[in-house]
Ligand binder design. Structure first.
Ligand code: E4P
Length: 219
């Protein structure tokens, strides 16, 4: 499974990258707004830290404007993936951008049929938002399972990028279902590492190690 970080905070990105497990980055307008910085400079800096795919989202909602904005974003760095909302003009734009060799991430996906349409348009990634579905009483990971099944049925190459992840359980399910990518908030990355039995075990080893006699000095 590929693990991306879902943030526009470069401090978090640097820290996750240093842990050696960062395959890519996803951002969205809300995450960029939280940095107080402009979209272009944030994406430029992220691309200087991370070699893997970095998703930057268009703000336009009409075809021509989406294409123009996508060209601007794609010019920032070769690893930019243009994030496009799952609306009619968005799908049309994805078809055009795919034809131009620009990678796309179709965002705000809430149904398997929407996901199939994105794949038909040639999307590089589809982003089902699992946490937001859970929030309204729908099983978010069930959507992911349905998309993975639908894509396998037809051999679509679009990668399933599990988004709106809220907990390690979403990551476990991602791995079991076999989705390609999960994009994680910084907090969840820390939660994945942590296990109380690891901490207890380590404390015991260190306490016992203190009782090991020192080696005899060489004469
Ligand atoms: C996906 O790429 C989005 O940036 C993100 O996962 C949305 O998550 P949220 O529902 O926690 O805002």
């Amino acid at each position: 499974v590929k693990l991306f970080i879902d943030t526009a905070d470069v401090k978090e990105i640097r820290e996750a990258a240093a842990m050696g497990l960062l395959d890519g980055v996803t951002t969205n307008p809300s995450l960029v707004a939280a940095t107080g910085r402009d979209m272009r400079s944030v994406l430029q800096e992220i691309c200087s830290i991370v070699d893997g795919p970095v998703s930057g989202e268009v703000l336009a909602t009409t075809y021509k404007e989406i294409i123009d904005e996508a060209h601007d974003l794609a010019a920032i760095a070769p690893n930019i993936v243009v994030k496009v909302p799952l609306i009619e003009d968005g799908l049309r734009a994805v078809k055009t951008l795919t034809g131009e060799g620009i990678k796309t991430n179709v965002t705000l996906c809430f149904s398997p049929i929407q996901a199939v349409l994105a794949a038909k348009a040639g999307a590089t990634y589809i982003s089902p938002f699992v946490g937001r579905l859970d929030d309204v009483g729908h099983e978010g990971m069930e959507l992911v399972a349905q998309i993975v099944e639908a894509y396998a049925n037809y051999g679509y190459k679009t990668e399933v990028l599990v988004a709106s992840v809220r907990s390690p359980l979403h990551v476990l399910e991602t791995i079991r279902i076999g989705a390609h990518v999960a994009t994680l908030p910084f907090k969840v990355i820390h939660q994945l590492v942590k296990h109380p039995l690891t901490d207890v075990g380590l404390a015991r080893f260190l306490a016992d190690a203190a009782k090991i006699p020192p080696a005899a000095k060489k004469s």
